[in-house]
Write a protein that binds this ligand. Structure first.
Ligand code: GDP
Ligand code: MN
Length: 404
């Protein structure tokens, strides 16, 4: 799960990471009066969206008057911001953060990620702050400093000092840098984050170390231990399809193709998508109904997949162990009886109660295409999809001249 910049700053602050004074606003008027409360004479208005690259996309504006702030906010609120991290559909701006602007002497990149190959928290820093890490890696790879944390002892002060000196920081600011890096590490560890990124971490002209931007991502599977983090979820920033699924306790991943996939288990989902691709199709999504799914749950899953207008065919592929094929069949029939499908539906059932399941599909009289193996199911789905969209796909027949 991702959170907003202002939320990450607030959390990190509790761990000793300093940032400029700031306030959140839900309207231009609120931004203006919250800025007056902050005091000072120069501020930064920042669109709060779950994506980086806002600076270049008009989501970060420096202002020095009340009317500039209101104008900057009016430009942002309700609009969608498109950056290289949002995808072409962009992310809506419904909150802005106003912050006292600080005079910057130097910008640094600071990131903590979970490095799965070494199974450790990896610290990645660079003196080329402000740019995205991908750009830094491409243009100035020599500037990147990496340090991994030994889990048994945790991050040590000397490691932080070493990183600080490698970044070229001078002795008088090393202590503040150590405090900031330690704070990020402790927040990462204690809150079960998978990523903490401060870009830029700055050295101010009055020689303070401040986080000017902050991004945090959390391990969804550990959120139950952190209700205060779960609270920070902002559904306006998530794929609406995935959001609806999560609200129903279903795990759903939206993709770009045309074939909706209902499966049980992540491994089967991967295999199903591979087989669809192999048969010449592209998955639109996959929805994992999990184990022991009731007919009701299956019907919900089915309706959810059908509600995606990119879906031109549906493949239900269930390998039932804990699940029951008869319940799955019941769910599919229930969903299709309530709401007849406008697209072809292929069902492949295997495992527990498969005979009962097949009989339910058979007896329903619904136009369900039945398959026995995954290979067959994928081929039938792709064929049915091609047939259903054929009128638009085939080019008009051309007259071919007979060779003399
Ligand atoms: P991002 O583009 O989404 O990563 O947004 P950032 O929060 O990183 O802001 C983009 C850029 O705006 C930063 O790299 C800074 O150069 C600049 N910026 C942000 N806050 C301040 C500030 O308080 N003072 C000054 N001078 N520049 C700022
Ligand atoms: Mn940034």
């Amino acid at each position: 799960m991702d959170i907003h910049e202002y939320q990450a700053k607030e959390l990190l602050h509790q761990f000793g990471v300093e940032n400029p004074p700031g306030a959140l606003a839900y309207s231009p008027e609120q931004a203006a009066y919250r800025t007056r409360e902050l005091g000072g004479n120069k501020w930064v208005v920042k669109a709060q969206v779950h994506a980086g690259g806002r600076g270049k996309a008009g989501g970060v504006k420096i202002c020095s008057t009340d009317s500039e702030i209101q104008a900057a906010c009016k430009e942002m609120f309700g609009r969608k911001i498109v950056t290289h991290q949002t995808g072409p559909e962009g992310k809506g701006i419904y909150r802005v953060y106003v912050e006292c602007a600080v005079p910057i002497a130097a910008e640094y990149y600071l990131g903590l990620v979970l490095d799965r190959s070494s199974q450790r928290v990896m610290i990645v820093c660079s003196r080329e702050g402000g740019m995205e890490i991908e750009e830094i890696a491409a243009s100035r790879p020599d500037s990147i400093v990496r340090e991994s944390v030994e889990p048994a002892v945790g991050l040590r002060d000397f490691q932080c000092r070493e990183i600080g000196f490698k970044l070229g920081l001078e002795a008088d600011v090393i202590q503040s840098f150590v405090k900031a890096l330690m704070g990020c590490y402790r927040a990462f560890r204690d809150l079960d984050a998978t990523m903490v990124e401060i870009n830029p971490l700055v050295l101010t002209e009055d020689r303070r170390i401040l986080a000017l931007d902050a991004k945090m991502t959390f391990d969804d599977n550990a959120l139950f231990r952190h209700p205060q983090i779960s609270e920070l979820r902002d559904k306006s920033q998530e794929d609406p399809r995935e959001c609806r699924a999560a609200d129903r306790g279903l795990s759903y991943v939206g993709l770009e193709g045309n074939i909706g996939c209902i499966v049980n288990g992540a491994g089967l989902a991967m295999a199903t998508m591979d087989t669809i691709k192999h048969a010449g199709g592209e998955p639109a999504n996959f929805l994992d109904i999990g184990g022991g799914a009731t007919p009701d749950r299956v019907a919900k899953a089915f309706r959810l997949v059908m509600s995606d207008e990119n879906v031109n065919a549906v493949l239900v592929n269930i390998f039932a162990g804990i699940n029951r094929c008869d319940w799955v069949a019941d769910g599919v029939v229930q969903a299709l009886t309530d709401n007849p499908a406008s697209v072809p539906v292929v069902v492949r059932l295997s495992g527990t109660n498969v005979e009962e399941g097949r009989k339910i599909l058979e007896d329903s009289g619904l136009p369900i295409i039945k398959a026995t193996t995954l290979k067959e199911a994928a081929a039938l789905t792709v064929q049915a999809w091609k047939d259903s969209v054929k009128p638009q796909m085939t080019a008009p027949a051309r007259e071919v001249e007979e060779p003399a």
